[in-house]
Design a protein around this ligand. Structure first.
Ligand code: ACM
Ligand code: ZN
Length: 753
């Protein structure tokens, strides 16, 4: 008699003792990620199960195996090819939990749900050696595993708006999520820079809103038809991944407004923007037509996505248009609201009520707390953990994805694998509250088209999968790191184009005995790396490229401004993008320097010598090279070795208004023979274009400013006046802006000698 169903899957396995012609057995793997809740290996190597035959482990085949393993749970449907893997239905397991036992007869996986059985089969796959992606035989360790997740919400946000991702890439991402027992794809489908979901009632959303003209004149865009979406949703469901769609409102809606200008307060015709940031044109909260539009959009969305939750964004919605819109102001009056924050809360509540009518729950970014949290809403906390705490304090649920640990668009210099692994989604005091549903890693794609996304998501998502699945007491960085080493072999087999887990190569710049030069020494921070190192000097006439010989073993001298580019390999495999160090050997480097400001402790940028240390700030303002102040001016003076010809002076600023970083109001380059009598002039921002400024007019990036001098000098000085508080139109209007500066470069003929 059997009170459970059993199904034999695929090739037979035999106990080692019963076979006298067993081929060489590959070593077993205990490198399971995420780490199961409990594992008891029998420790009897000789009684391992030997698995014969070939089992193709392509991702597609794995899923057909998983599928058939579960779908074939039909009464009377077992066969007698010999017991290999049996998947058994049993009551009492966690909704995603399972047990897995390997004994002399084979493998038994038990679960209450299909998802649990699926996770059990995934674990079984991970017990095979990491390089076992093709053919056996393999051995399996005898023992048993009992497992269930710590959090029910284990997600990845994929922004397919800033850059469009092909449907096949989305599917592959779903495969990789499932392999790591992640169960949520938070699919970001509408944004300022692109609307990506076909809405039948509003075809212009995709015919117009899905396409933008880039700064160079090229077109970027794409969208998912409803048929493609149904296919992807079903594909995810087969892998026990739920897709939560995000339709942003009331902000981040410029693409929709480009398609239908009547959605905004002004009704002005606007393009789909190609630059990044927070835009002030948002949906008008005063017009009823806005809500007819949004409800129709959401109606089509809920028909396509069966998820319990729908994400409605709610972040970064400036109120400036609402403040001067008569319709929005009338709405504030008629609804008895106090201000525009309450208008946003009213807006979100109205949408929440519509979703509730369709049996869906609302998730919004933590800004939805402002002006009052809509009933039943779940908060996704991104500006730190406080939003999540506040939501829980009000009796709501929260999902944690703070920028500090979960923003995988940030470079590995600021969020490395170990930092991700240290993430704790349940802050002190909220443990066991049951209100923290889980966490997400957020992959925003302003600076990551599809072909760069792997290198941002991996390997960091592997660490996040363990954070969200395994119990807190199990977490052990050293142990994880060892398992990770084996896991790279799996990532290679799955053709994952992973990036670095930490800064792979270090650099030290020191003074050189040769005037106008710096000494550079590279260091291999991660074992097993090598690669070609190039120095691309931004020349007076043209960029000159030089390949350096044995750069990791010897220090070398560099002169002039340029970029040291390291094409790195790890164990012979090229990884990620080339590593870049913008550098400058110049007449002022490592010379005595005085600062007229105190740097922010968050952005010391190399400290006292940081503005003349040969290291230039890069396109990442968190790279450690930028020195910054908030609400203050900056100035630096340098004493050169001797009176000498100075051709020009240059500095660079960082501009990122979204992060409150502005360029100075005005600057002054000065020079002197004696340090007493100075020459030089103020240059105002409005005049910069005439002096080789604004290499980039993007809202985020490096702004370089150079002035010709052609004078003899022993002292040089640079002053930048803070632009004052963030302007009226800015989200942080009235609060102190930031000034980011790096390196006063003194161009002198000495460096060309
Ligand atoms: C966000 O990163 N604006 C949610
Ligand atoms: Zn309005």
């Amino acid at each position: 008699m059997r009170d459970f169903l059993m199904r034999t899957v695929f090739f037979a396995a035999v106990a080692a003792a019963t076979s006298c012609s067993v081929p060489k057995v590959q070593p077993i793997s205990r490198a399971i990620i995420p780490e199961p809740r409990s594992i008891a290996w029998s420790g009897q190597e000789e009684s391992q199960l030997i698995w014969q035959g070939a089992w193709m482990w392509s991702i597609d085949e794995l899923w057909s195996i998983h599928q058939s393993a579960w779908d074939d749970w039909l009464p009377g449907d077992s066969d007698d090819r010999g017991l290999a893997i049996s998947v058994q239905h049993a009551a009492g397991y966690d909704p995603e939990g399972y047990s897995l036992e390997v004994n002399a007869d084979g493998v038994i996986i038990k679960a209450t749900t299909a998802a649990g059985a699926f996770h059990g089969l995934t674990t079984l796959r991970w017990m095979l050696p990491p390089d076992s992606e093709n053919f056996g035989p393999w051995s399996l360790p005898m023992g048993s595993i009992s497992d269930s997740p710590r959090f029910e919400h284990r997600g990845l946000l994929l922004d397919c708006c800033r850059h469009f991702m092909e449907p096949d890439y989305v599917k592959r991402t779903i495969d990789l999520l499932a392999l790591h027992k992640m169960n949520i794809l938070h699919w970001h489908l509408s944004e300022d820079q692109g609307w990506r979901i076909e809405i039948r009632a509003y075809p212009e959303l995709t015919s117009t809103g899905a396409w933008r003209t880039e700064a160079d004149g090229s077109r970027h865009g794409g969208f998912y038809t409803q048929e493609q979406i149904k296919d992807i949703v079903a594909y995810a469901a087969d892998r026990h991944v739920t897709i939560i769609p995000e339709i942003e409102l009331p902000g981040h809606s410029r693409a929709a407004i480009a398609a239908y200008p009547w959605l905004s307060c002004t009704g002005d015709s606007l393009e789909v923007p190609h630059d990044w940031g927070v835009f002030k044109d948002i949906y008008c909260a005063g017009e009823d037509s806005t809500f007819r539009f949004l409800e129709q959009v959401l109606l089509e969305v809920v028909e396509l996505f069966p998820s319990e939750y729908i994400h409605i964004g709610g972040d970064e919605a400036p109120k400036v248009r609402w403040e001067s819109c008569s319709k929005c102001q009338r709405r504030i009056q008629t609804e008895g609201l106090h201000d525009e924050h309450e208008l946003q809360s009213w807006f979100i509540s109205k949408i929440g009520a519509f979703l509730a009518k369709h049996d869906r729950k609302l998730i919004g970014w933590d800004e939805i707390l402002e002006g009052g949290l809509p009933e039943g809403a779940t908060v996704q906390s991104w500006r730190g953990m406080q939003g999540g705490r506040d939501a829980v304090a009000m009796g709501h649920n929260a999902i944690m994805s703070p920028t500090s640990h979960c923003y995988f668009d940030y470079p590995v210099e600021s969020i490395d694998l170990e930092l991700v692994y240290s993430f704790e989604p349940e802050p002190d005091g909220l443990e066991g509250s049951g209100r923290i549903l889980g966490g997400e890693c957020n992959m925003w794609t302003e600076r990551a088209p599809q072909d760069r996304v792997d290198s941002k998501v991996f390997p960091r998502m592997v660490a996040m999968s363990e954070v969200l699945w395994s119990s807190k007491s199990q977490r052990n960085w050293g142990d994880f790191r060892e398992r990770m080493e084996q896991h790279y072999t799996r990532l290679d087999a799955w053709n994952v184009d992973y990036g670095w887990e930490a800064i792979p190569v270090g650099i030290a710049c020191t003074p050189s005995a040769t005037p106008g030069k710096i000494n550079v020494q590279l260091a291999q921070v991660i074992a097993g790396i090598d690669g070609e190192v190039k120095w691309v000097r931004h020349g007076i006439e043209q960029d000159a490229e030089q390949i350096l010989d044995r750069p990791f073993e010897q220090s070398f001298e560099l002169a002039g401004e340029g970029e040291l580019t390291v094409d790195l390999r790890r164990n012979g495999i090229a990884i990620g993008q080339p590593w870049r160090f913008p550098l400058a050997g110049h007449a002022g480097v490592f010379k005595p320097l005085e600062l007229g400001h105190e740097w922010s402790t968050n952005y010391p940028g190399g400290g006292q010598q940081g503005l003349a240390d040969g290291r230039l700030g890069s396109s990442d303002f968190r790279d450690g090279c930028w020195q910054a102040t908030q609400g203050k001016d900056m100035s630096v003076s340098i004493a050169l070795d001797a009176v000498q010809q100075v051709d020009s002076l240059s500095v660079q600023f960082y501009l990122y208004q979204d992060a409150w970083i502005f360029v100075p109001d005005s600057v002054c380059f000065q020079w002197s023979l004696d340090g007493q009598n100075w020459q030089g002039n103020w240059v105002f921002q409005t005049n910069w274009r005439g002096v080789e400024a604004f290499e980039s007019e993007d809202t985020q990036g490096v702004v370089r400013l150079a002035v010709p001098i052609h004078e003899r000098a022993k002292f040089v000085r640079f002053t930048a006046l803070n632009p004052g508080p963030c302007p009226d139109w800015h989200d942080a209007s009235g609060l102190d802006s930031w000034l980011f500066l790096d390196e006063l470069v003194v161009h002198s003929p000495v460096q060309y000698e």
